[in-house]
Design a protein around this ligand. Sequence first.
Ligand code: BGC
Length: 727
Amino acid sequence: MGRLDGGVAIVSRAGFGMGRGGASGMQARRAFLLLLVLSTLAACGDDDTVVPGGPVYRNPAAPVEARVQDLLSRMTLDEKIAQMHGVPITDTHNINGTPANTRLGIPGFHMVDGMRGVSVTTGPATAFPVGSARGATFDPDLEARVGEAIGAEARAKGYDVLLAPTINLLRHPRWGRAQETYGEDQVHMGVMAASFVRGVQQHVIASAKHLALNSIEDTRMRVNVSVDERTLREIYLPHFKRAVDAGVGSIMCAYPKVNGVYACQNTHLLHDILLGEWGFDGFVESDWLFATHSTVPSAFAGLDIEMPYPHFYGQPLLDAVNGGSVPIDVIDAAVQRILRAKFRFGIFDGKPPLDPATVVESPAHTTLALEVERRAIVLLKNDGAALPLSRTSLHRVAVVGGLADTVNLGDTGSSDARSSYAITPLAGIQKHAGPVEVVDLSRNTLSADDVAQISAADAAVVVVGLTSADEGEGQQATPGIGDRKTLDLSTDQQQLILDVARHNPRTIVMLEGGSAIIVEPFVDQVAAILMAWYPGTEGGNAIAEVLFGDVNPSGKLDVTVPRSADQLPPFVNDQINVEYGYYHGYRYVDKNGLEPRYPFGFGLSYTTFAFSNLRLAASTIAPNGELRANVDVKNTGAVSGEEVVQLYVGYEGSRVDRAVRDLKAFQRVTLAPGQTKTVALAVPAADLGFWDVGANTFVVEPISYVIEVGSSSRDLPLDASVSMAAP
Ligand code: BGC
């Protein structure tokens, strides 16, 4: 296509058919004649058909802002208002979206959920391990590839907005949607989210959700979350900021009230912080049914699109503008944000379609799902080298438990995605067992004969955990779904583990679920424990590869596993008023001197690693500078493995209360036996600041910062200090 400047537009056949804004029949005929002339000229060497003076907004070569302003100037008030709400589109693809404007040729949005894969409502798609599993990889590059794959599948299915990532911080592991998010730490969450967004947006717009403090399910439509400004800025918003800085095209506002004001009309969250301070120039859409509560306050706050259809927007918004309670400037600002996204992400000009037959569930994507789960499985306990299972020395393995042969992909709410096949743990173990005999005891109730078989086996793998009946999206109206009632396994599963352990000393517990599960009732009775999360469509293969040692586990907990519920802040299922304090997760147990069962960042390997030689690039850094550290990591064991090097920062002499340590950087590294690598970690000095409520900004204090490096939040063998220069 040719490049044209200065009010000369390229007109395609389709473009001409749609006509110019407000084109009368006379204008259209004139344009047609002109087109004929230009076509004749074009036949002499240029394939493009051009119309001098054609609308700038139709010119793909014109700057986005010029196109936005040009198109906006051609729109009537009704047309603007129509851009600002969803329409129920129920074709065979179950598209949620916003209406097209045929007069001006403005396409609507086609939106689809897709945190673990494109929504099941669109048919099969690659079902990846859930967000908490992907968080456990601590592997942003891998997460970018997952984003790219899900984005491609969404595009191939005809969508242009993916309603993901879910980046509400996991304040408590009983949140019903814990599995969707990357865990409890805001820095780690932000890094993973930014990667996912970059991947997705190679194809479609990503929508980071739900802004903000949306981490209670049963009462999500009614709960009022109180939070002080410092906690908001330091704990609950930084990952949204990282998504914005990564260029996320859309933000979805949340259901709950934040400090008494519903999130989708919360001026502080939307207008002041997101749009004002962060300069977000994408669009904000509401969460689906019942997230909106007003017309005028929502419009002033910066809610651009009410989904999934107009209730407070549409006619009431039109009336508000006509009645003078919403100025046209507010509408124009919203419509500009919507149009900008349509131009910037190629929706307006149309992207070349992707062929679903070659993209959706492609071998590359299902292999990626396998790769993710290999890195997501966390080895929590491995006494006496119970794992890996040797194919040469073991003869018989019993595979026990109701989940062993169950496809357990996770929630059946909006994040539900399913592939046309899924490998259960039993199927994976059978496939990878080689000469080892696999005894199928995939049930929770054991007969006397089953027990005899367990006793006779060389090892027993018990697959237990949670399912979509225990946790997921939805309110208490749907019995069994919503927030978890407990952090414990069901009593029959606990009993099953104890029964198996009594009859087989090499009992290995494979847990499935979306977040922390308390292991106290059986931890001392079993030889090994692993966390497999909701492992995705290839999960059974990854689980088997880890059990047999083809893959060395390298996942790290993105959530603290407590010994008991009282090691975490309280969680009440029917809470209507709740305060989100500064401390949760590892910061909470660290601050309160508690010993969790497994700390944040923890995960074992079949090999061992040694950390040495922490070097800081400088002993003093400037507030606008960067902390740079190098550390040597050696694989001191006999097999190759991957380690996640973690850097935490503590504060000496701060004038405010601060966490014992905060994760600030991490890096995954692959090491052959005996190999040493130097890992470089960097933290912008600005990330060491605290939110100064009086000054209304982040402040980096000229104090001493303690840098700790190691393999989990509680295994930090190296430390050093760095001073911050005064500003
Ligand atoms: C969920 C969102 C989801 C939307 C559309 C809502 O109930 O909270 O996460 O994107 O539905 O399915």
